[in-house]
Write a new protein. Structure first.
Length: 185
């Protein structure tokens, strides 16, 4: 399994520990040296690589499962490295993911910040599952930590953060889409 854009490796580590704690064929890659350093400290069972998703350091048809969690990727590169019967798992935020938070931090929500990019894989069939539920974030500190985990932190104006600091708790919508792709036979 290869996680493209694994960041600090939280999700890949969970996969590895849950489904194959003794396996040594898990790979996490990210362009961020800092992220990979943190990942490597947390889970030495996984091979961690600093690389660019535009040029994956893997041979043709050598990876049986590709994972992309909230990250960008290259369709031709995934197509190149995936085995014939391989799986691709793509997880992304759906339109109303954290909508309550976005309503506070942006003066108005533009289409561009509402959706993450969706790329199609020609020659693949896709099964999609959607998950949506609400959680209450219980403190201003946790709300700020949540914001820091999102790409919005880097896009908003200082007023957005000031607006969020006025909240001591907030119920937010978690809404994600999971695509499972396989080659058409
Ligand atoms: C939103 S974060 C998701 C991180 C992780 N998958 C998670 O869900 O916690 C996107 C990740 O993509 C990585 N990234 C951005 N451009 C990249 C590139 N060209 N090649 C590889 N990784 C890249 C970033 O460094 C970041 O860790």
């Amino acid at each position: 399994m290869l996680d493209i854009g694994c960041g600090e490796g939280y999700y890949l580590s969970r996969f590895q520990k849950e489904i194959a704690p003794k396996a040594s064929n898990f790979y996490g890659m990210d362009i961020s040296k800092l992220g990979i350093r943190m990942a490597a400290k947390k889970n030495p069972m996984i091979h961690w690589l600093v690389a660019n998703f535009a040029k994956l350091p893997f041979k043709e048809k050598s990876v049986s499962t590709v994972l992309s969690m909230f990250a960008e990727y290259s369709v031709p590169e995934i197509d190149r490295i995936l085995t014939d019967d391989g799986n691709i798992i793509i997880v992304r935020a759906a339109n109303n993911h954290l909508i309550e938070l976005k309503n506070i931090i942006y003066p108005e929500i533009h289409e561009k910040v509402k959706t993450s990019s969706i790329k199609t894989f020609p020659g693949f069939c896709v099964e999609q599952e959607n998950f949506s539920y609400k959680v209450t974030i219980q403190s201003t500190e946790d709300l700020l930590s949540l914001l820091l985990m999102t790409p919005h932190y880097w896009k908003i104006k200082p007023e957005g953060i000031e607006n969020l600091k006025k909240f001591e708790s907030l119920e937010v919508t978690i809404s994600i889409e999971i695509d499972l792709l396989k080659r058409q036979k």
